[in-house]
Design a protein around this ligand. Structure first.
Ligand SMILES: C[S@@+](CC[C@H](N)C(=O)[O-])C[C@H]1O[C@@H](n2cnc3c(N)ncnc32)[C@H](O)[C@@H]1O
Length: 325
């Protein structure tokens, strides 16, 4: 649980150790500074939450942003290598136990149609979504579409079907193995007007005011800087451009043991932001015509993700739409 950081500016005595320890029913982050004679002194203490398992039971618990980002990246690297056998968003108990995923059942359940599942490269759909952002995007021929966190490229291929020869589809993902996979899928599809770019959705590798529609499926909850995601989405959208997102959001305060669980973070649950805060972020960024609605079968979808944790009482699968003036 120890995490050592070295701050070069402070030289020899700058060795900082962060330690999580349990104090009563609280979990405290203690920052220790090494001082001469190999001694240490407590510098800062930040305690949070209450409850018996606040510090966790030795399982993977969240300690800092860098660690979380690294964990998410590694997790999705693994998913890209294992395909639908990997455990990402929507990973259910059966999958965790090594059983093959029924991709068709899962995809129909979250809102895709039978025809969506045909005519796309096999490895593009890994069952990582929590809805179907294309269903409400009303894409038109000739439009430029950007998919935030494109994974194997499933939604990009569906978007490409709708925008046709004269449109253009770009997928952005921070996991290089995902980008490799989606590029291989694009080669198999022989579409020439698609591109997959390595990058972060907080700092998009996309020109200003160049995109008609932004789609995203179960990704923004994974971002540790959601305001930046919305700001950069706003920057790259053309005037009149729209946002069509499917994501997991919080509908109630998440219990600390869920918030702090790394596997639940990569599983698209712990990072869910409260729906009210998402609305506020979109408004503050400048978006208009904001619409947010839960999927009808949200509870049913989420129950299968973690049956023993009652996550459906705290999070929901939402469709979020907004527009740039
Ligand atoms: C749950 S998967 C969803 C993939 C795809 N949207 C789908 O529905 O199949 C999340 C994807 O988002 C990517 N991702 C997570 N955080 C990201 C970030 N901050 N910037 C870019 N990509 C990110 C991951 O690498 C992963 O491929």
């Amino acid at each position: 649980m120890n995490n050592v950081t070295i701050n070069e500016k402070k030289g020899l005595f700058s060795r900082l150790t962060e330690k999580k320890i349990k104090k009563g029913s609280c979990c405290c982050n203690i920052e220790l500074e090494e001082v001469p004679e190999n001694d240490t002194k407590e510098k800062k203490e930040a305690c949070s939450c209450s409850g018996a398992d606040c510090c966790g039971s030795g399982s993977d618990m969240i300690e800092n942003k860098e660690e979380i980002r690294e964990h998410i990246l590694k997790n999705y690297e693994g998913v890209a290598l294992k395909g639908s056998q990997g455990c990402g968003c929507g990973c259910n108990t059966l999958q965790r136990e090594g059983n093959p995923l029924d991709l068709k059942e899962l995809s129909l359940n979250i809102g895709y149609s039978e025809s969506d599942l045909t005519g796309v490269p096999n490895d593009a759909n890994m069952g990582l979504g929590c809805g179907n952002p294309i269903a409400i995007a009303a894409l038109k021929a000739g439009e430029t579409v950007l998919d935030l966190g494109s994974g194997g490229g499933f939604d990009c291929f569906l978007a490409r079907k709708q925008v046709g020869e004269t449109g253009f589809v770009i997928g952005v993902d921070m996991t290089s193995e995902m980008i490799k996979l989606s590029r291989m899928n694009a080669e198999k599809s022989e579409y020439s007007n698609m591109e997959f770019r390595l990058g972060e959705i907080e700092h998009l590798p996309i020109a200003d005011a160049s995109v008609d529609v932004i789609i995203s499926n179960c990704v923004i909850n994974l971002s540790l800087e959601k305001e930046l995601v919305f700001k950069d989405a706003f920057r790259v959208l053309k005037h009149g451009g729209r946002l069509s997102i499917s994501d997991i959001v919080a509908t109630a305060e998440l219990p600390q043991n869920i918030k702090q669980d790394l596997s639940m973070m990569a599983g698209c649950i712990s990072g869910a932001e409260h729906i009210g805060n998402i609305k506020k972020m979109l408004e503050e960024t400048g978006f208009i015509n904001i619409k947010m609605s839960p999927k009808d079968n949200s509870r049913q979808i989420l129950k299968t993700w973690a049956p023993d944790r009652k996550i459906e009482d705290f999070v929901a699968s939402f469709i979020i739409e907004a527009q740039k003036n």
